[in-house]
Design a protein around this ligand. Sequence first.
Ligand code: FAD
Length: 1003
Amino acid sequence: MGALQTEIERRGERIFDLVDQHPEPLFSKAGFYQRMMALSMRDEHFKVQLFRFVDVLASLDRGSDIVQHLDEYFADMRNGYAPLIRTFTRGARIVPWFSGQLLRWNVSGMARQFIAGKNSADVMKMLRKRRAQGIGFTVDLLGEAVVSEQEAAEYAGRCLELLEHLGRETRGWTDPLGKNTELFPVVNLSVKISALYSQMNPADPADAIAHLAPKLRPILRRARELGAFVNFDMESYAHKNATLELFRTLFTETEFRDWPHVGIVIQAYLRDAENDLLDLLDWGRARGTRFAVRLVKGAYWDFEKIKSRQNGWACPVFLQKPESDLNFELLTRIMLENESIVTSAFGSHNVRSIAHAQALADQLGIDRSRFEFQLLYGMAGPVKRALVEMGYRVREYSPVGELLPGMAYLVRRLLENTSNEGFLRAKFSENVSESELLRNPAELVDQSPNGARHVEVSSDGASLDTPAGDTYENAPLVNFVYQQNQDRMQEALAHVRTQLGQKYPLVINGEKVWIDKTIASINPSSPEDVVGHVAEAGIPEAERAVKAARDAFEKWSRTSFETRCRLLERAADIMHRRRFELSALEVFEVGKAWAEADGDIREAMDFCRFYAHEMRLIGRPRLTQHVLGEESYQHYWPRGVALIIAPWNFPMAILCGMTTAALVTGNTVIMKPAEQSAVIGAMLMEIFEEAGVPPGVLNYLPGKGSVMGAHLVDHKDVDLIAFTGSREVGLRIWESAGKTREGQRELKRVICEMGGKNAVIIDADADLDEAIVDTIYSAFGYQGQKCSACSRLIILEEIYPRAIERLLNAAASLRVGNPEEPGIMVGPVIDGTAYKRILEYIDIGKNESRLAFQRADVPQKGFFIPPTIFTNVSPKTRIACEEIFGPVLSVMKARDLDEAFEIANSTEFALTAGFFSRSPANIERAKAEIVAGNVYVNRSCTGAVVGRHPFGGFKMSGGGTKAGGADYLLQFVVPRVVTENITRHGFAPETTPLYRDEFLGPR
Ligand SMILES: Cc1cc2nc3c(=O)[nH]c(=O)nc-3n(C[C@H](O)[C@H](O)[C@H](O)COP(=O)(O)OP(=O)(O)OC[C@H]3O[C@@H](n4cnc5c(N)ncnc54)[C@H](O)[C@@H]3O)c2cc1C
């Protein structure tokens, strides 16, 4: 055993000895809290329900509501406490007011365990107490979830007040160690960067810095005058780079360059942490003034894991707990070895991590007064006491604030305290032996091939590991947190800009067809810029395309499904290669923000791979039943020539989705993109040509829907029409296709996806931090031009005043502008016609209801419609019933949930809907009662993912088809069954295979 390990063990044992002299259970507050935590650690389901109940409690006012939630969360408990809980709930219902208050009091008690005070005056009592114990403080203002700039400004104001208060109240306080005091001011403020700017976008750190720096400078200036220390806390990974950059930018400014009392957090659970720390040290040396780093493991481990899984990103955090511990030690060493420039604060409750820092500091000859240990308020009290007794500097992280904004913090602490992997639980609850707790984490990291250390990560942050047994996986979204991806997007925008204005031909039967008449596709942000001139097909070209497709059908329909699947997969690979270029083109041609454009390309790739996957499932003839002496196989034939008519709002994804479904099932295709996005359509054609689509199988035919499109819909040789677009055109196609024409072979199949008038309901107990952000995104993301967008918001009366105030402030904070800029949320609407139509609707809305909000500061050039919100909207008015397809939101108030559902279900459409609530019973009702093809609970109502959220509506929203779902392909085929009597003179084979080869002979 090395000398360092021996010393770590010696230190650790000493800490444990001191801890044991003042035995304290894991949860210092006895009674209710301790029992709840004990039960949570034994029963995972109980833990989830308890934390959810705690999460909602602060927002409930009435005793009866509290009791009702208690009942809903715990009624189905199956553990040993179930009878007790049921008895309590029954009793609680008799005296709801009393029981509600009792519960609130108890949960407030839990919160008080971790929150040092409600306000600055309150917290001083605690800080004085700690001072007497030789413990310093850093104060953190709770309330990190801001949804608007008004809330961010309030937070900044409260930070300043807090600083003043602390400065005043601690006058005369001295450093507990009385040594190296110049490194450790008494007043120490921790700030959460995201609480100071509501529009942080990982793609645009420069914008974040431009907004954050002016808010922070007055706080920093005042802190410096008061001789205080300011620390930037670290939050989720999405904000990490911006926080680091902001720190470096501000503290390189002349005014702050020579100020040593500033610090930042490094999270050891991040794989990037070492690089980030080394970069900071280089920066610090160049700056020439000391600064501080608080080293922690990190508080958002569960969140980062979930988020990265959902988006297909490489997980930024280590997946094995000992990896985080080991990294903590590695970073401890780096920090201590660079003591000349960095003041270290070790933020941990783990005795091994602490003992390691102590032993290493000694080994490096660093005096114990030159660094400090920081621990959280309400946690590991005996460890703090032990460290003080050992002569170390200890600072307590003391959150201040009300219960409601403190809930997120409280739940993080509860999770941490009950985590299976946490040190505190192991030591204070499970009584794991000291020697085990002090083991070198290097020995505990699982190095086996299945060990989490071996997760493959590509350089741009995409995950390369595929879950075993899962053959279809969504493509990852581009993670714009990475500078490399931001740069690639900027380069792509610059490159595509040089390509604008080119001409694009039709493609018929594999040949480029140039014609004089062209459609000019323009940039909606800058209408004088032509993105491309696309040949405009007329009736003669339509006839040629039908003939080409019909001729190619014979061979393509008898091409093996595997060949067709591979074509789609090659197309997806090409899209992947050209991903940034295609996204950039969408920014120019249809005004999509970066992430929206990327989402569209991702969806197109997903459609290719998903439909290939689905085709492989249905491609081979399948035995219908095992019957001796006979075999019956069901299989599918393509329908014939498919006409694909696509909209501009998902210019690549929807066009590609409908086209690939037709192609993979063996149909030949005439692909008609929307006029406004015909250049993207040309790109899709180019991609399929490169992928090797045979001549005539896919024909690219942009043109006027009303002329050429209508002609094709009626054409006797078109067998299938897949349409996505407006209700008006959809119904016309549906009707027209119902007429059988002279010479027509098949009954035409119409696959029809139309619009929506989608409602989001905010229940009385909803988490507004989430509901407002998600509703704003659903309503104004891509300017409200998604068919899934929220255009009606129904808020329960009880929560209406607070919700509406936050909603309007959030809308006022949105970033509106040219989407070429990263981080823009609201860009232009698609064209002049849409612009005029939406403005007309806004005028109608002004007459029908109350204009509650309209942005004034939108760009003058381009088709920018100011985000607009109407309130007091009656459900029967035009703006509440008709599809506007723009950034216009109608808000309605509902007395109760019955009325909310009635309003939500009162339109002719049934596409998407959203419901925000923390009542399990109400969530169940929403799942059962909301009439929509896609119902989303506690999340935005846009952003369906292929395979995960099969998408499409019914009523006047469409034919009930589900794009990206398992049944979608069945609409592109005709089922066929072939039955053979296989008995010969009473003899038949014993078994018949479940699948057989395709029937591919000539037809
Ligand atoms: C004073 C102070 C300030 C802090 N400030 C911040 C801050 O600004 N930002 C922030 O994010 N955190 C911050 N933290 C850290 C965080 O809140 C937790 O307290 C800390 O991670 C717990 O670590 P520990 O060493 O005390 O306990 P341990 O029990 O040793 O470690 C628990 C930690 O290990 C990590 N972990 C758990 N499971 C796994 C796994 N399977 N694989 C890999 N890693 C895993 C997680 O980070 C978890 O929190 C702060 C902590 C303190 C004490």
